[in-house]
Design a protein around this ligand. Structure first.
Ligand SMILES: Cc1cc2nc3c(=O)[nH]c(=O)nc-3n(C[C@H](O)[C@H](O)[C@H](O)COP(=O)(O)OP(=O)(O)OC[C@H]3O[C@@H](n4cnc5c(N)ncnc54)[C@H](O)[C@@H]3O)c2cc1C
Length: 269
């Protein structure tokens, strides 16, 4: 009998993420008016390595208005504080890890009304946080004929890592949608990359300009696509790639990084 037939509540059990490592802010650097790099350090970063580009870490922040950091417990499904409240946890790309200096850089988009965004704007050396990870990264197919990287501002750190990791003789097209002209950043060099920045007009759903640009891109046989951005936009991108263009599931990796109008930990896909 299923739990619903027996009247028992069905409890979803998920694999417990790696334990939180406590860190402090060592440096804060403004990369653009829309992106802040925060460098964390601390002895807990001993042994923290990331072996694939475009992977992820969970960042635990003090609850709103609090200075102290309380590490939550895993209840089999989610992290909860001892009073039952949800802690402030968000997902970011581990942009740079230095296992010798015990440093971790996260590049965080500044936008309206986000807990992590507000935290990073006020971040200063000595502020406390914790990280758990890394989560799955991207496996590069070295036989691909070319790559298309398509994403919004939140995907700039991952796309930068990909540009550093992709084979330098394979052509790469990069399409980046920005909600603000000031969000443009210098990207790592790749000898065969073209970069197209597209502006999201005000009042238009996120991802609209990105998808229009992807529709205009040449997708030759053997290409691999990596995409990340707002979840509904990524759903549309997947439909375009798999249904309209007939790509095989193995040829495109497309991840929702945030949900328009909904904050919180599980806002990615
Ligand atoms: C695997 C993965 C890697 C990621 N890497 C990065 C990264 O390196 N850098 C990065 O900045 N983000 C990254 N993100 C996205 C980030 O987790 C979300 O943008 C997150 O919601 C930000 O948290 P917040 O507390 O600032 O906003 P929230 O409190 O979660 O959201 C509050 C409101 O802001 C909106 N919102 C959230 N993000 C944005 C945005 N970027 N622009 C406009 N509105 C937004 C939400 O829809 C909501 O209405 C990644 C996500 C995943 C899943």
């Amino acid at each position: 009998m299923s739990p619903s037939e027996t009247g028992e509540a069905s409890v979803r059990v998920r694999k417990e993420p790696p334990p939180f490592r406590q860190v402090v802010v060592r440096r804060v650097e403004s990369l653009s008016p829309r992106m802040i790099r925060v460098t964390f350090t601390g002895p807990d970063l001993e042994g923290f390595t990331v072996d694939k580009p475009a992977s992820s870490v969970r960042l635990l922040l003090p609850s709103l208005g609090e200075q102290t950091l309380v590490v939550p417990a895993w209840n089999g499904n989610e992290f909860l504080l001892s009073d039952g409240q949800r802690p402030t946890i968000r997902t970011f790309t581990p942009r740079r890890v230095d296992p010798v200096a015990l440093e971790l850089d996260l590049d965080i988009v500044v936008h309206d009304g986000g807990a992590a965004s507000e935290w990073v704007v006020a971040a200063a050396p000595g502020h406390r946080a914790a990280v758990s990870g890394p989560g799955r990264g991207y496996s590069i197919d070295s036989n691909a004929s070319g790559f298309l990287l398509a994403g919004d501002e939140t995907a700039i750190p991952a796309m930068s890592q990909l540009l550093e990791a992709l084979p330098d003789r394979t052509p790469v097209d990069v399409i980046i949608e920005v909600a603000h002209k000031d969000a443009r950043l210098a990207l790592p060099d790749h000898r065969d990359a073209t970069v197209e920045w597209c502006d999201l007009p005000p009042g238009v759903p996120p991802g609209s300009a990105l998808i229009t640009a992807v529709r205009g891109a040449h997708l030759e046989q053997g290409i691999r696509v990596w995409g990340a951005g707002e979840a509904a936009a990524m759903h549309r991108l997947r439909r375009y790639l798999f249904e309209d263009r007939g790509l095989a599931r193995t040829e495109a990796t497309v991840r929702g990084y945030w949900k328009h109008g909904r904050g919180g930990e599980d806002n990615g896909e």
